[in-house]
Design a protein around this ligand. Sequence first.
Ligand code: UTP
Length: 451
Amino acid sequence: MASMVAEDEGEGKGPPRAIQDLLKEAGQERVVRFWGELSDGERRALCDQVESLKLGEVRGYLDAARESALRGEGQGAPEPVGADQVCSRSALSADKREEYVAEGLGLIAEGKVGVVLMAGGQGTRLGTKLPKGCVDLGLSDSRTLFRVQAERISRLQSLAASAKFGEGAEVRNPVMWYIMLSDATRVHTERYFRENSYFGLNESQVRMFNQGKLPCVTEQGEVLLESRGKVAEAPDGNGGIYEALLVSGCLQSMRERGVEYVDCYCVDNLLAKIADPLLVGYCSKFGADLGCRTLAKSSPNERVGVFVKSGGGGVGVVEYSELDPEMSARVANPTTGELYYNWSNICMQYYTVDFLERVCREGRAALGHHLAVKTIPTVDGEARGVKLEQFIFDVFHLATRSCLLEVRREEEFAPIKSEIESATAALAALEKKWAESGSTEDFHAWWYLLP
Ligand code: UTP
């Protein structure tokens, strides 16, 4: 591209012909309206950006998202999953629990379980410039979400090695940790891991990859400029994970390393029980290709998606922002107060790599885009604009055999959204319980193996 700019540009000249054609075809010629005021470097950067973003497709995404929303409205309310579709962790017999945990630990020890972390979000609500995973949580040892999660993985792999190969056995197959980042989080995260020597993990077991990005647009579909020489862009949503896993080669890496199951989670859950052996064992014994953790919603206003039925006995999810508030508040059981849309999606799920590969290669068409109307900083000041996002759960209905496991909120779900304190308080409460239990295990071992 650089050479093309050098050839075509000059005093008074417009952008390179190829860029002009591309913008014309996309109906986005105004992207270069400040061309005459840009330096050579800015021009080059803008051309590169225009080429890398899917400008030609963006109006189509917008129209399709609107059509799909209208179609959804026409179809009436989706049916929620019932309690009969949910297996409760607490309801498992001690024997079953032990069987699943042993199975899960065995698979982890053999290197058959990988973890995928989604850490590409911009963390707007928390209002920090740092990636969420790097923010000091105000706990002892300058703990951050990344540090805590690395320590968990480290402890889990040694627990698994001991269970499989004998007490104190060394880790033969470190758990692979695939971390999805975005332009907003990549550079800082990489540096943070390097400067902290990967928190004791092997550098080779940590693989970072970037998700895609999309331009931000006006509600009419015109691409917004962040500055005179830069298009406003945003990560393509957590559903970007499927394309990113494929394009980055992470899927191939899983195959090469013999990873057969993956546990996928969000960076912001301070109590994420990463690769929980019980869940892994349960799902693999059940023969599930998708296994989602779920919780009863704490209140109608809780900002979580809910599980609904999809054709063929599978599950789907409706995001909170897309569920009518009246429907969210509908009560199924007046005595217990249980909500009609009761089972929430905490966005932590197990996949077989076979299913993941099928989705990444063939299922991405099911993803579509969702519209989030946001205030976006632009060259003309703050403007109302639209971010286009894909949702990770829009392929869940493609699973042949899926299961939902109810976990305990106080043990497994403490997301950091607009503040940190509620999550750290939940962790402190759990640590207190551990201290009072008289357990001879360290906290992580106690927590991972809780009945
Ligand atoms: P959220 O939707 O809560 O977004 O992401 P966020 O970026 O953390 O916070 P806000 O909405 O801007 O305040 C849930 C999870 O999905 C990841 C986030 O990093 C978080 O782990 N995510 C979200 C991505 O990895 N990529 C995205 O494009 C969006």
